[in-house]
Design a binder for this molecule. Structure first.
Ligand code: ADP
Ligand code: AMP
Length: 214
């Protein structure tokens, strides 16, 4: 089962991807998480990615594509995977489609989590991420059991630097310009499923399972 998640920043891609990955026992591959881990470990890739991420811009395709094409060759991907945050540009989608095509494979589901811009800023200001394991919560819609403490690993929760309202506005612009065209790209391949991402987390998940369970 090969799945990609589409949607604006903060639409709930990561939240749903994690639940799908657990249910269908496939790896959840988030390019944002990979970049953040590289920044934390101060790697060369992390140093290059940081300036783009802090500015709300996309990391260049040449850094991102190689990373993902390498990752999906790993042994844990034989049964499939869920890509969260990739592809984000038409050249990234073309590179992915062509690498899969060479192996006689394809993306089977492109799940578009649809949330209007008006909701996004509110969502992002309440998002909290664990500084140790990267798990994501929301102060109102998906709170931790103990305030400020990760349910999964007891790490401390932080507001991501790029979730500040000024940066979120820039990320939304970038989304409309560079990522939204992927909805038509995957629509034309007949693999697109759009879900209403303004519904409760469990309702969105139930909607997704209706077509994944087919
Ligand atoms: P993305 O991966 O698309 O950037 P996230 O999954 O991190 O988005 O979700 C953004 C924020 O919104 C998080 O704080 C998350 O807990 C919250 N969230 C996710 N889905 C919903 C939902 N259906 N309703 C309300 N809040 C949600
Ligand atoms: P995310 O965690 O998916 O919201 O991603 C956070 C940031 O990482 C984005 O705003 C980009 O700067 C960068 N990023 C993640 N995925 C990609 C990608 N596929 N292409 C370019 N930049 C990316």
């Amino acid at each position: 089962m090969k799945i990609i998640m589409l949607g604006a920043p903060g639409a709930g891609k990561g939240t749903q991807a994690k639940m799908i990955a657990e249910k269908y026992e496939i790896p959840h591959i988030s390019t944002g998480d990979i970049f953040r881990a590289n920044i934390k470990n101060n790697t060369e890739l992390g140093k290059k990615a940081k300036a783009y991420m802090d500015a709300g811009q996309l990391v260049p395709d040449e850094l991102t594509v190689a990373l993902v094409l390498d990752r999906i060759k790993k042994a844990d991907c034989v049964k499939g995977y869920i890509l969260d945050g990739f592809p984000r540009t038409i050249p990234q989608a073309d590179a992915l489609d062509s690498a899969l095509n060479d192996r006689g494979e394809k993306i089977e589901y492109a799940i578009n989590v649809d949330v209007p811009d008006e909701h996004i800023i509110k969502r992002m200001s309440g998002r909290r991420a664990c500084s140790d394991c990267g798990a994501t919560y929301h102060v109102v819609y998906n709170p931790t059991k103990e305030e400020g403490v990760c349910d999964a690993c007891h790490g401390s929760l932080v507001l991501r630097d790029d979730d500040k309202p000024e940066t979120v506005k820039k990320r939304l612009e970038v989304y409309h310009e560079q990522t939204k065209p992927l909805i038509d790209h995957y629509g034309a391949k007949n693999v697109l499923h759009t879900v209403d991402g303004t519904l409760d987390i469990d309702v969105v998940f139930a909607e997704i399972n209706k077509f994944l369970g087919e």
